[in-house]
Structure formats: structure tokens, C-alpha cells
Write a protein that binds this ligand. Structure first.
Ligand SMILES: Nc1nc2c([nH]c(=O)n2[C@H]2C[C@H](O)[C@@H](COP(=O)(O)OP(=O)(O)OP(=O)(O)O)O2)c(=O)[nH]1
Length: 137
């Protein structure tokens, strides 16, 4: 039986930059940077969960674009899957409403300026590979 619970991460891309969010909780993750998102609820499509989480956490209206290949284990039973996403016309600018206390739009050459959660590092590398066809490895 598959008891995996998917955490969706949003690689929100805008004007050639990726949005990184600094967690404010729980204490063991606070201060580290991640892709905004959260747990998929029972019966919910991951793309819908991503749109919901981006609205709740950042106050934006966004849409998912495409799945970034790969899956990254978090603490059991969670796994991280990532979709690229974009802001829809008329969306508010992202604001750290819950779970985060800082946001940064990072250009490709700034991506490693922030202290990503360990488990997000391979996910961000996968995003970068899709982005402009670059391969950072
Ligand atoms: N959103 C997100 N969570 C991540 C990432 N990397 C990572 O290890 N996590 C962990 C942190 C949390 O333990 C878990 C997701 O929890 P969350 O707090 O963001 O999800 P949620 O909004 O649905 O939370 P809640 O309803 O339980 O409060 O996955 C990431 O890139 N994005």
C-alpha cells in the first residue's frame, strides 16, 4: 500500500527569477529556504494543492505549468514533488503571509546565495536544469 504523502513545491518563475521562501517554523526548519508549497490533501490534485498553497502562503493567484522530473524524500511519509508555476495577470506580489518570514526572487546566478533546506537542493538543481537548459551538475 502506498502511504506516501506528497508535498508540492512551487518553482514560481517570473522575469527570469525563481522565488525562494524562508521558513519561519518549525524551529528545526526555521531560517532555511524552500520552494513555497505544502501537503496535498486527500482527494486533491497536486496542481490544485499548489495553487491553493501559493494563495494561502503568499497571497498570489498562480497556475502550475509543468512537473519538474524527480521526487525527493522528506521525513517519512512525505515526498517532495515540484511543479513550475507562474503568476497570473493581476496577481498580487508575493507576500510572506504564513510559514515564511522572507522571500527572494533569485536569478540563476544567485540561486545558491540562500541556505536551501538540504532536501530542496536536488530539487532546485532539477529546476535549474529545466530552466534555460542549463545543467549545474
Ligand atoms: N512546502 C515545502 N515544504 C517542504 C519543502 N522541503 C521540505 O523539506 N518541506 C517540508 C517542510 C514540512 O515538514 C513539509 C511541508 O509542510 P508545510 O508546512 O509546508 O505544509 P502545509 O502548509 O500543508 O502544512 P500544514 O497544513 O500541516 O500546516 O515538508 C519545500 O520545498 N516546500
Amino acid at each position: 500500500m502506498d502511504e506516501t504523502i506528497v508535498v508540492v513545491g512551487g518553482a514560481l518563475l517570473h522575469d527570469g527569477r525563481l522565488l525562494a521562501a524562508r521558513r519561519s517554523a518549525p524551529p528545526e526548519l526555521a531560517g532555511r529556504w524552500e520552494l513555497p508549497g505544502g501537503k496535498v490533501e486527500p482527494g486533491e490534485a497536486p496542481e490544485a494543492a499548489l495553487v491553493r498553497e501559493l494563495r494561502e502562503e503568499l497571497g498570489v493567484t498562480a497556475e502550475s505549468v509543468e512537473r519538474v522530473p524527480g521526487e525527493w524524500p522528506l521525513r517519512t511519509p512525505y515526498v517532495l514533488r515540484v511543479w513550475t508555476a507562474r503568476l497570473l495577470p493581476g496577481s498580487a506580489d508575493p507576500t510572506p503571509l504564513e510559514d515564511h518570514d522572507d522571500l527572494r526572487w533569485l536569478s540563476p546566478d544567485e540561486l545558491w546565495d540562500v541556505d536551501w533546506l538540504d532536501q530542496d537542493v536536488p530539487a532546485v538543481k532539477a529546476v535549474l536544469r529545466r530552466w534555460d537548459g542549463q545543467d549545474p551538475s
